[in-house]
Design a binder for this molecule. Structure first.
Ligand SMILES: *[C@@H]1O[C@H](CO)[C@@H](O)[C@H](O)[C@H]1NC(C)=O
Ligand SMILES: *[C@@H]1O[C@H](CO)[C@@H](O)[C@H](O)[C@H]1NC(C)=O
Ligand SMILES: *[C@@H]1O[C@H](CO)[C@@H](O)[C@H](O)[C@H]1NC(C)=O
Length: 768
């Protein structure tokens, strides 16, 4: 051992004069895609081969370390290398691609009823609640003692499960059961980047010390727990979407985030372990990177090729355009919307005016009389960071803090620290009327931008402004209407491929109650000593596992359906009207949302059970898709994990819009007024001789023709094709820069609906 080390140092000392010690040559983690068939027979395993490749590289002053060997999600390995070593590696035979590791971030009783799910009927009954389906949850791990993970009444672990329950500090073998059937950790990428983890702060076992993974796993597949609540809020029966599905927890996220090298290792393992669905509420908060540089997209490609549905959060980077992430067409991309449940807490001003807000505050109420009201911007910091408020100005008062800059619950902590009595958290234009309920540390409520502006105006114009907050508990109802798309929910248009519509669907992601860790507060603040079994949080992270659970129900009902067919069923049955009968609203604008915001619409599981037709996609179609966006055989090799011959693209699509997607995104250029897309639909209904007729709802300025406009099937599982032609009658681009419509195929009973989004682009420049 010692000898090896001294030789290593010797070599590295020799080498130092040559390797510039510039910061650009600091080692970092890389993911190396290797052609499977290039392995020389000399090596007994791929691992030996990869180790030998690494030893053949020019030495570096830093240890060159093999992190993971991958064989299912990709073919290759990850390693810590200097930039010059990586460059050198790229030249070697058999190396397909070398991509830097990236850090990703984590993007929650009543939702079953909101989704129309009831015992003994519909998709729950038909799918036996997802029994035997395995959902791989790649997240912060799991808190096995949470009541949602009881396995009472569940049949044995399915035979298809090939994974393990990795024990570790505070994670005994008994942590797994017939609900949590597997658990693993992946931290080599994290430790290689950040150094050894501080095990007093996080657990090197699958145990979830953050809460996020417990929340997502229980949302997807939690068992039935009666009387769950957060401090009495949202009380009722808590259960996951697929209460008989099984959970395999893959812990990939750590204190500083989630590393691609670790995520890929987990995907690699999940594929080999035999999961049916991968639920990944993780992503980049930057604009999407090219598919062949996006490790989640690459890993998901392999998973989908193995028949695994990959359901991902779209991200919380809204409301800006092009912000949606996890947007590869083989991924099921989920945005977040509200449900019909609120936690109202009203602001009552000294002049008698009342403004609606929301809160999960559960401590002592405010004194009855009104308290002096101040604006945080006049007391040191409008965002209310910890320690930045002047206590002589806020003591005993209610403080109005603005949203943004720091965590919402931290603002209440800052007001408390400075001696304030209460807080009004006011939105700015950034978040509009989007209200998120938080379990604040002091009496506090959150109001929208309009109310916020009026309260600030009152403070400015009143001699001695006062207010109080009136907490009203949990209210379920149709006012305000729901669903509405959350302002934070990331949106389209598609950043990479304008011919693909993303996100795919929206699902409940605002104020969701689900299981929580026993080792972190509901607010995630260190100063908060409270511990809870259930927490209410918001994010596309919460929307994703709802859809993962629904996909599990469909997988159980139709075990032979491809991931694309399952996705199609969820998309073509989604709805776009809220419970007041109007188009679903966007909380960022208060106006109607569009398919760029909600995709095909809000999932409707009982209808997804009987979609009538599905838009299926073969694995080879995805290759034709990659060819159509200009990828050459080298770039496609990353996905196929083999060097591919240059004729791989001989059968490419005329346009990426020809991918058999269940939605339509059309781009007109100034010299291109007619766009044609091909589609094919499979009759998955019970009637062999079903006849479907097209009904088109064209965007203004666009003429749409469908041929044939009638599909007469003669068998179950038969596939028929159609062509849809979009013609812009506004070549001058003078009308609208975007427009929306839909195409619906109906057999008189079922409605197979696809959204249509069109944009007019000037040359390569976006006009919007
Ligand atoms: C439900 O929980 C609440 C608070 O945790 C408790 O007060 C109540 O008695 C429980 N009800 C039932 C039916 O268990
Ligand atoms: C805090 O406010 C008081 C009076 O309201 C003022 O005298 C004092 O200078 C302020 N302190 C700081 C640090 O701004
Ligand atoms: C249709 O295809 C599915 C597999 O996708 C199969 O299970 C089913 O038996 C087929 N039905 C008929 C009538 O061929």
């Amino acid at each position: 051992m010692d000898a090896t080390i001294s030789i290593f140092f010797f070599l590295s000392l020799l080498f130092i004069p040559f390797s510039s010690s510039s910061s650009s040559d600091r080692p970092q983690n890389f993911i190396i895609h290797v052609s499977k068939s290039h392995k020389p027979s000399l090596f007994s395993s791929h691992h030996h081969w990869y180790s030998s490749i690494l030893r053949s590289l020019p030495p570096s002053p830093h240890p060159t370390k093999l992190l993971y060997t991958y064989q299912h999600a990709i073919n290759g390995f990850s390693a810590r290398l200097t930039a010059s070593q990586a460059k050198n590696l790229r030249q070697l035979p058999g190396i397909i691609s070398v991509i830097p590791d990236q850090i990703r971030q984590l993007h929650t009783t009543h939702t079953p009823h909101f989704l129309g799910l009831y015992d003994g009927e519909g998709i729950w009954q038909n799918s036996d609640y997802g029994d035997g389906v395995i959902i791989g949850v790649l997240d912060t791990g799991i808190w096995p003692e949470n009541p949602s993970f009881t396995d009472s009444g569940l049949p044995p672990v399915p035979n298809s499960w090939k994974g393990i329950c990795e024990t570790g500090p505070s994670f005994p073998a008994s942590a797994c059961n017939r609900k949590i059937i597997g658990a693993r950790t992946f931290y080599k990428g994290y430790e290689s980047h950040d150094g050894p983890m501080d095990e007093t702060k996080e657990s090197k076992s699958p145990r979830d010390t953050k809460g996020h993974g417990t929340h997502t796993a229980s949302t997807a597949a939690g068992s039935v727990v009666s009387n769950a609540s957060l401090f009495g809020f949202a009380s009722g029966e808590a259960r996951g979407m697929a209460r008989n599905a099984r959970i395999a927890a893959y812990k990939i996220c750590w204190k500083s985030g989630c590393f691609d090298s670790d995520i890929l290792a987990a995907m690699d393992q999940a594929i080999s372990d035999g999961v049916d669905v991968i639920s990944l509420s993780v992503g980049s908060s930057d604009y999407a990177s090219q598919y062949d540089h996006d490790s989640i997209a690459i890993g998901a490609f392999a998973a989908v090729n193995h028949g695994v549905v990959v359901s991902c959060s779209a991200g919380n980077s809204g409301p800006g355009s092009f912000t949606a992430g996890n947007i590869a067409p083989w991924i099921l991309t989920v945005g977040a919307s509200t449900i019909d449940r609120e936690f109202p807490a009203d602001v009552v001003l000294g002049d008698g005016r009342i403004f609606g807000g929301v809160s999960l505050y559960s401590g002592e109420p405010l004194v009855d009389s009104k308290l002096p009201l101040v604006y945080a911007g006049d007391c040191g910091d409008r965002f209310c960071h910890m320690g930045s408020l002047n206590s002589s100005k806020v003591e005993g008062k209610i403080v109005v803090c603005e949203r943004g800059g720091n965590a919402r619950v931290e603002k209440g902590g800052a007001v408390k620290l400075a001696g304030g009595s209460g807080m009004i958290l006011a939105n700015t234009a950034e978040n509009g009327e989007e209200l998120l309920s938080d379990s604040h540390l002091i009496p506090a409520t959150m109001v929208g931008e309009a109310a916020g502006n009026k309260i600030l105006e009152y403070i400015k114009t009143s001699q001695s402004p006062t207010a109080t907050i009136s907490f009203r508990g949990t209210v379920i109802g149709s006012s305000p209407p729901s669903p509405k798309v959350a302002a934070f929910s990331s949106r389209g248009p598609h950043y990479l491929t304008p011919e693909i519509l993303k996100p795919d669907v929206i699902a409940p992601g605002v104020n969701i109650l689900a299981g929580w860790t026993g080792s972190a507060a509901p607010t995630d603040l260190d100063i908060d000593p409270r511990r809870v079994d259930y927490n209410i949080i918001s994010g596309t992270s919460m929307a994703c596992p709802h859809v993962s659970g629904l996909a599990a129900l469909l997988k159980r009902t139709y075990p032979n359906w491809s991931p694309a067919a399952i996705k199609s069923a969820l998309m073509t049955t989604a709805y776009t009207l809220d419970n007041s009968g109007n188009t679903i609203n966007d909380l960022a604008t208060g106006e109607e949302a569009s398919p760029f915001v909600y995709g095909a619409g809000h999932v409707d599981p009982n209808r997804a059970l009987n979609p009538g037709l599905v838009y299926d996609i073969e694995n080879s179609d995805y290759v034709s898709f990659l060819c159509s966006i200009g990828y050459d055989s080298n770039r496609i090799a990353v996905f196929l994990r083999e060097p591919t011959s240059s004729d791989v693209c001989d059968s490419k699509f005329a346009t990426p819009g020809d991918l058999n997607y269940p939605s339509f995104s059309v781009v007109f250029h100034s010299n291109d007024h007619v766009v044609k897309y091909k589609r094919r639909v499979k009759n998955v209904g019970t009637s062999a001789d079903a006849v479907y007729v097209a009904k088109v709802n064209a965007p203004p300025g666009v003429e749409i023709s469908v041929s044939p406009s009638k599909l007469e099937f003669s068998g179950v599982n038969q596939t028929l094709s159609y062509e849809i032609v979009f013609a812009s009658d506004s070549p001058s681009l003078s009308i609208a820069s975007q427009g929306f419509g839909s195409i619906e195929w109906s057999d008189g009973v079922r409605l197979v609906r696809s959204p249509i989004a069109v944009r007019w682009l000037k040359g390569q420049q976006y006009t919007v």
